[in-house]
Ligand binder design. Structure first.
Ligand code: ADP
Ligand code: ADP
Length: 234
């Protein structure tokens, strides 16, 4: 079943007379459980597309449904809740709060909820065990390695069991060993929790972990490649 449906998305910047079309007639679907990559040259429109999929920007026309909900017409208050519960974000630069512990950072998406976070102890342990950071819960971000930081942000991204995890260049700040580890952990989240992951990357090595890669060029969907079978490691 389709988790995400993107229909005839268009995004222009600027005003009449000086319009710049950043995205034109973009349509694709993402199935529940896919680990999908988005690649394309600089200026292709990847960030624009990611921002619209992340519901922090609106398209000029076209629509996006995530789990059946049309996020392009949703009101801001509903969107804010939707974003915190149904989407998880992993950024290139982690976006961790230095003044909060690892555990507090992981629970941040739930901070605005009425439900006490003490109900989440089991979930915190489960996700941090998957990511190999369960011994770090009381530490602060400046006390852990860069690779561990990104695993903390992956834990934060999955804590609510979101419908979609959006990762923007998640290996962009990592050394090659930490990058490989993170990609293996993302693969595990993808298979163990059937998490649907959308990852923008410049890096072919990172993209090799995806089941499918969409290529955008000059604001249009240019091509896609699918990996059939399992990813083989030597
Ligand atoms: P990518 O992430 O693939 O490098 P972007 O989505 O950042 O591409 O940008 C696509 C195009 O849209 C680029 O030509 C960029 O200059 C332009 N663009 C992006 N954001 C804005 C903006 N806020 N105003 C005007 N033009 C923009
Ligand atoms: P609101 O102000 O509408 O309540 P927030 O700024 O608190 O929304 O963000 C809600 C969620 O969106 C958070 O989980 C946060 O991680 C995510 N988020 C915030 N900024 C960005 C961004 N630039 N790109 C993608 N996701 C973001």
């Amino acid at each position: 079943t389709n988790l995400v449906e993107v229909n005839h998305l268009k995004k222009t910047y600027g005003k009449k007379g000086n319009l710049y079309t950043a995205l034109e007639n973009i349509s694709f679907t993402i199935e529940q459980g896919e680990f999908i990559g988005i690649m394309g040259p600089s200026g292709a429109g990847k960030t624009t597309l990611l921002n619209i999929l992340s519901t922090i920007d609106k398209p000029t026309s076209g629509d996006i449904k995530i789990g059946g909900a049309d996020v392009t017409t949703m009101k801001d208050a509903a969107l804010s809740t939707f974003r915190r519960h149904e989407l998880g974000f992993i950024f290139q630069d982690f976006n961790l709060m230095d003044s909060l512990t690892v555990k507090e950072n992981i629970l941040l998406p739930l901070a605005l909820d009425k439900q006490p976070v003490s109900d989440m102890e089991g979930r915190v342990l489960y996700v941090t065990k998957i990511l190999g950071i369960d011994q770090l819960l009381k530490k602060y971000p400046n006390e852990i390695s860069i690779g561990q930081k990104q695993r903390v942000s992956a834990a934060r991204a999955m804590i609510t069991k979101p419908q979609l995890i959006v990762a923007d260049e998640p290996t962009g700040s990592l050394d090659s060993k930490s990058a490989t580890e993170l990609l293996q952990y993302l693969t595990e989240i993808n298979t163990k929790e059937q998490a649907t992951i959308l990852m923008v990357t410049h890096d072919a090595f990172s993209a090799s972990y995806c089941n499918r890669i969409l290529f955008i060029k000059d604001g249009v969907l240019f091509s896609e490649i699918r990996r059939t079978g399992t990813r083989k490691e030597f």
